[in-house]
Structures are given as C-alpha cells and as structure tokens.
Design a protein around this ligand. Structure first.
Ligand code: GDP
Length: 368
C-alpha cells in the first residue's frame, strides 16, 4: 500500500513495510504433538502407591471427570487404592470469604509439616465454583509458602455437579491422596450454606475460623455450624484487634455451654490466633492433635469414620437414583408440564410426583 506519508513533502516520516513473522518459532514443536501418557488402572494404582504426584493428579482428574468411561476407570482405581487409605488425620477448615482461610492454611500447613513431618494434601469443597466456572478454594497461588513445598499437594475444588457431587469427588480424592502417602488432609470449605455439613461428613476434626469485631458474631453464625465445630478459632488477633478477639472468644465459650455435649465427649475449644503474623498457630494444632488422641482412646475416631462411610454409601445411592430419575427422557419431557399443573392448582404436589414416579418405574420395566 502506498502511504501518503512517504510523499517527499513529508520527508522523515517514512513508513517501512511490515516484517513477515515466522509461522512458528520452534519448528520441531509443529511436528511433535505432546500428548499426556494415558495410564492403565494397574499403572495408576502402582504410581499412586509409590507417591508419584503426576499420576496422582491424573487420577484426581479422572475422579472429577463427568465422562462415564473416566468415571468407571476412576472407580476401579479408587477401589484398588482403598486398602492403602485411611491412615491420615483429616481436618476440615471452614470460614466465610475473607475470614483468612488461605492465609491460615498456608501457615497451618507449614507448621504441621515442620512439626509432625509427613505429607499434606489440601483439598476443597467449593459449591460456588460451578457458577464461577473456576475454583475459588484450594488455589495454589493463594498459598504461597505451602505451594513451594514438595511434601504438599494442593488441589482446587472439583467444579462439576451439585454440592453432593462435588463433595463426593473430594471424598474420593482423599482416598487417592491417602494411598499416595499423604497422612494429613485439609479440606477447605466456604462457611456459607450446606458445604460445611458435607465437609464435616468426611473429616475427623472440624475447625471453624471466625472473625471478631462485628459485635454480632454470635447472631450471624448459624447454630448448625457451631454444633459441628470441634474447634472455633478467631483469626486476625493482632494489632488493635486483640481485645476484640479475646472478647469474642469469651462470648463463644459462653455460648458453647448451651449446646448439648458432643457425641465424642470432647468439649469444643475456642482459641485466638493470627494467621498473617503466625501467632497462636502452635496452640491451634496442639488442640487438633489433643482431640485426635482423645477420640482415638475413647473409640470415637473409628466410630465416626464408620458412620461417615455409611453416610457416603447412602449419599451415593441417593445421587444415582436422583440422576437416573431426572436423566430419564420420558420424565424430563413431562417434568415442566407436571410443574405447571401443580402451580395451576390442577394437581397436588404429591399426585404430580406420584404420576412422574409411576411413569419412571414403567420405563424401567420396559427397559428391563
Ligand atoms: P479467605 O477468603 O478466607 O481465604 O481469606 P484470605 O486468607 O484471602 O484473607 C483475607 C484478607 O484478610 C487478606 O487481605 C489477608 O491478608 C487478611 N488476613 C488474613 N489473616 C489475617 C490475620 O491474621 N491478621 C490480619 N490483620 N489480616 C489477615
């Protein structure tokens, strides 16, 4: 193209013609396709048991996949890893966004590895991640110190499916991590909604991070969460926030007296700490380990794990039945009409549900 600037009138403003860019900088890359090696079930199990992080990550990806082939392969791997699992302590860590979960987990993780050694896996249950299409929890970049340690495996929350589905995947990932020799598991969750109940159903100790300073911390926190917490820890106990934190701790301690005694016989403790400045971290973990010793001695540790296994068996059945029902084509086609008849007052909710279920059973009979 002829540029008007090249005219002699505009001397000094010449425009050079562009330079052609090479199509690819490294020609070898265009020829060689880098494909991730696909491992067989036996290779995966062997790799996991040896503690190979690459294979462990691939197995977790299989667990999280929605592809039915991947799912059945994942189930085989999990089943074979099951005998090698269970030898860990599992701690749930919950708190509202901004409570300081990532800052604390970074500190807690380093403390636990320095003090008790072994290996740590940080997993997450984040029901909001499906909406945001990206996981908020368990992100490596949020845990700067921990993510550089070779003994730590940090995995973001699975994103697909319902809360139940996300939680089940996290639970299955725990099995794989334990088989890979991770003897400390942290499960992080947001302290809103039902996710902490799901988290509670897979951990030995449930730690609730709270903040002081709002004055209404006791009103703002749901009774349900207080009941499942084995320890309440008040973060950001530093600077001019120290008095407020101690006051909040006293309020929590008083409130806990009104709750029925927990099944384990353990009286939940309330502690203040600062995740950012690393104050009071040792006391938090002394408490967790004191609890583990306590419940191992009185038999509650194994009892709770067995109850959790039972819970997950029923949860899995429920999820399969629900999916089978809602994914049934005949049911899916009639669902909206049934909803409208209920909303229009033509049918009761029970009659509409009954009709849909009858139709579903009829379909099953035909298929079978
Ligand atoms: P999360 O959303 O629960 O994971 O919270 P973050 O760990 O991202 O922390 C939220 C904010 O609180 C960040 O700006 C942190 O720097 C700050 N924070 C976390 N822990 C402490 C603490 O112990 N003291 C103080 N003063 N700030 C903290």
């Amino acid at each position: 193209m002829e540029h008007p600037e090249n005219n002699a009138e505009y001397k000094g403003l010449t425009v050079n013609s562009g330079v052609e860019q090479p199509s690819i900088i490294n020609p070898y890359l265009s020829r060689k396709k880098f494909r991730r090696r696909v491992y067989t079930v036996a290779e995966m199990v062997e790799g996991i048991i040896k503690g190979d992080v690459t294979i462990l990550s691939q197995a977790v990806t299989l667990v999280e996949s929605v592809n039915p082939d991947h799912q059945s392969k994942a189930q085989e791997v999990i089943e074979k890893c099951l005998p090698y699992s269970g030898k860990s302590i599992r701690v749930g860590i919950s708190g509202v966004p901004g409570a300081g979960k990532s800052t604390s987990i970074d500190m807690f993780g380093c403390h636990v590895l320095d003090t008790y050694h072994g290996k740590l896996a940080v997993l997450a249950i984040d029901p909001s991640s499906e909406r945001s299409k990206g996981s908020i929890l368990g992100d490596k970049t949020r845990m700067e110190k921990l993510s550089t340690r070779p003994e730590a495996f940090i995995r973001p929350s699975p994103t697909a499916g319902s809360l139940g589905g996300v939680a089940r995947k996290t639970r299955e990932t725990i099995i794989l991590c334990e088989a890979a020799g991770y003897d400390k598991i942290f499960v992080e969750t947001v302290g809103v909604g039902q996710s902490e109940t799901a988290c509670h159903s897979m951990v030995d100790f449930f730690l609730l991070i709270q903040l002081a300073g709002t004055g209404d911390e006791l009103q703002g926190i749901k009774r349900g969460i207080m009941e499942i917490a084995d320890g309440i820890i008040i973060n950001k106990c530093d600077g001019n926030n120290v008095d407020k934190c101690h006051m909040a701790a006293t309020n929590f301690r008083n409130a806990l007296h009104f709750f029925p005694k927990s099944e384990s016989g353990w009286m939940p403790k309330v502690l203040c700490y600062s995740g950012f400045y690393g104050l009071g971290i040792k006391e938090v973990w002394d408490m967790v380990y004191e609890y583990i010793d306590f419940v191992k001695q009185n038999g509650y540790f194994n009892y709770r794990r067995n109850e959790q296994s039972k819970y997950w068996m029923y949860e899995t059945i429920n999820e399969h039945l629900r999916n089978s029902f809602y994914n049934n084509e005949a049911v899916a086609a009639k669902l909206k009409d049934a909803e409208n008849t209920v909303l229009g007052g033509v049918q009761t909710s029970f009659a509409a549900a009954g009709q849909l279920l009858d139709m579903y059973y009829e379909q099953l009979r035909k298929q079978g």
